[in-house]
Design a protein around this ligand. Structure first.
Ligand SMILES: Cc1cc2nc3c(=O)[nH]c(=O)nc-3n(C[C@H](O)[C@H](O)[C@H](O)COP(=O)(O)OP(=O)(O)OC[C@H]3O[C@@H](n4cnc5c(N)ncnc54)[C@H](O)[C@@H]3O)c2cc1C
Length: 546
């Protein structure tokens, strides 16, 4: 039977992100995706600043910046009206991400999800991930050492079995894997089915020149939404419907045309479009709901992305939260599979990510409600930038107490354990870098100028354990331009902090700590290394990776 270290079920945004991030850390996963290609629908319209930090570290910033930007880049207005000919009841601007100056090396990017996914697919392939589109996971069994997956090649109809040490279920909101494992969800509010009706029409006259990004409409039924598709003249009407009957049956060509005209309030020239070229089906359906899976891990299976949580679209955070999942799970899986961390490190994934998803779910639901009721984004207590950058992650993989899912305002991040390290610019051997770049290759021990003892101890502990770790001092290995990093990170004298591969601070030194004892203890605890026992296990792990 073929074997793979990590099988990823789902070649959407999150499955492909996980593949890129794992392959970038030296573990070549196999991705199976039942569709022949990536998403045809834009779905997510923007990558927030945290996603761009993550993708930037994975070498994707250039390719994403060169990709066509979303039509929504130029359109920010959100309106509410009965139909497009009726008086506008409220007009607001989509909330700007906030002032990023000095807070991040990255910038958010408005790129549609159907443009991002091919970029990820190509990067995953370049890094050595195996990608099988047109392959469906039919079922799985797991035991103490791995997962046996039953796969179907949808073209040939051929079935085969495959053995994986771990399975990442990035198989979307319906997640057959989550269903098979019997993992329930914690839901808030009412779920609603929507049908997407794509069409082409010149609406500039009806919109009176306004660059509307999104309209909440009362026709053909209340809570209908209209947004731009991929250029100035293509649109998608999202109509709530009773999900008891398949959307494709109810939404005939006539009904689609009628719904669009009702929403526009005028008999404008409309061309209905098909999202699946060559297929007769005009519409696709999706569910607006807000829930988080009760568990993120069941044995050797880890849920990520929409398989683990679904957010209302108004927050623009569903896919972005999934990218963070991929980032969190990938560094942990890479070290476990390579025999450098214990399996228990993977328990920290749920402890860190599930509370963040719960907070994000509630935030998006509130924002959806606020927009639908015409209040725009005004009533939100937390700004989008802090939602993107300020979320806390705590577990045994952080050597300090704290609560996952709490939010620190982005401008107040300073390098506390359990938070993303604050951004500051340093000058290294190859030019300027961000403090976030320090952990691109693995852990990073960053010490103040007099903290040489920590640097030595970190290097020794890493070498003994075969861990990827860089270590250095401010103003020695890394020049602290204008002393900003020392001040921002509150590092002085002999102090030091330890960054995880995901840029989260997992420990800070305390007065009187003995480096030779403290650092080995921190690394062994964070990485659950007491669970690592036999050399043969390590040998087997090493053969799974490059
Ligand atoms: C209208 C709308 C607007 C949105 N706007 C935003 C936004 O602005 N910002 C944002 O961040 N998010 C947004 N989202 C959410 C975002 O699109 C999702 O969070 C994102 O698609 C999740 O990615 P995923 O990879 O987890 O799941 P998916 O994109 O659903 O991918 C799952 C993949 O798994 C595959 N699969 C399923 N079962 C199997 C199987 N058995 N074998 C093999 N493959 C399988 C599926 O074919 C699919 O390709 C929006 C969503 C919608 C519907």
């Amino acid at each position: 039977m073929t074997e793979t270290p990590v099988l990823i079920c789902g070649g959407g945004l999150v499955g492909l992100s996980t593949a890129v991030l794992l392959a970038g850390r030296g573990v070549r996963p196999l991705v199976v995706e039942r569709h022949p290609g990536t998403s045809l629908l834009p779905k997510g319209r923007g990558l927030n600043v945290r996603s761009m930090e993550i993708y930037g570290a994975a070498g994707l910033a250039g390719a994403l910046a060169a990709a066509p930007q979303s039509v929504l880049t130029r359109c920010t207005e959100v309106i509410r009206a009965r139909d497009l000919c009726a008086p506008v009841e409220s007009r607001s601007a989509r909330q700007a991400p906030g002032n990023l100056a000095g807070l991040s090396p990255a910038k958010p990017l408005m790129v549609d999800q159907n443009v991002v996914e091919p970029v990820l697919r190509e990067r995953a392939r370049q890094l050595g991930a195996q990608l099988e589109f047109g392959t469906e996971l039919l079922g799985l069994d797991q035991d103490a050492s791995g997962v046996t997956a039953r796969l179907l090649d949808r073209d040939s109809g051929r079935e085969r079995e495959l053995r994986a040490r771990y399975l990442v279920a990035a198989d979307g909101h319906r997640s057959p894997v989550r269903e098979a494992l019997g993992i329930g969800v914690d839901r808030i509010g009412r779920s609603r089915q929507f049908v997407n009706i794509p069409f082409r029409a010149d609406l500039s006259g009806l919109l009176a020149g306004h660059r509307t990004a999104l309209a909440y409409l009362g026709r053909p039924v209340p809570d209908t939404m209209l947004t731009r598709l991929d250029n100035e003249e293509t649109w998608v009407l999202m109509v709530p419907f009773d999900g008891a009957t398949a959307a494709e049956e109810v939404f005939t060509r006539e009904r689609c045309a009628h719904s669009v005209r009702a929403a526009l309030g005028a008999d404008v020239d409309v061309e209905l479009l098909s999202l699946n070229p060559g297929e007769p089906t005009l519409v696709q359906s999706w569910e607006l709901s807000s829930w988080v899976a009760r568990r993120y891990r069941a044995g050797r299976v880890l849920l990520a992305g929409d398989a683990a949580h679904v957010m209302a679209p108004a927050g623009g955070l569903g896919g972005n939260t999934g990218v963070q999942d991929a980032h969190n799970v990938a560094w942990k899986l890479s070290l476990v599979v390579r025999g450098l961390a214990g399996d228990a490190l993977l328990d920290s994934y749920e402890l860190e990510r599930r509370p963040v998803a719960l907070v994000t779910r509630d935030y998006c639901a509130q924002r959806q409600e606020s927009r639908t009721s015409g209040d725009g984004d005004r009533s939100m207590a937390v700004d989008p930038l802090s939602m993107s950058l300020g979320y806390h992650q705590f577990s045994a993989a952080v050597r300090a107490p704290g609560t996952s899912g709490a939010i620190t305002p982005a401008s107040e991040l300073w390098g506390a354990p359990g938070t993303r390290v604050a951004h500051a610019v340093l000058r290294g051997r190859d030019g300027e870098i961000s403090t976030l770049d320090l952990c691109a290759g693995g852990f990073c021990l960053l010490a103040a100028a007099d903290g040489e003892k920590w640097v030595r101890a970190a290097r020794a502990a890493a070498e003994e354990r075969g861990l990827p770790l860089s270590a250095g001092r401010l103003d020695k290995e890394w020049e602290d331009i204008g002393g900003v990093a020392a001040a921002t990170l509150r590092l002085s004298g002999e102090q030091a902090l330890l960054l995880r591969p995901d840029g989260y601070v997992c420990w800070r030194s305390e007065e009187g700590d003995d480096p030779g004892r403290a650092l080995p203890e921190v690394l062994d605890t964070v990485l659950a290394r007491e669970g690592l026992v036999t050399a043969s296990h390590n040998e087997r792990s090493a053969s799974d990776v490059r």
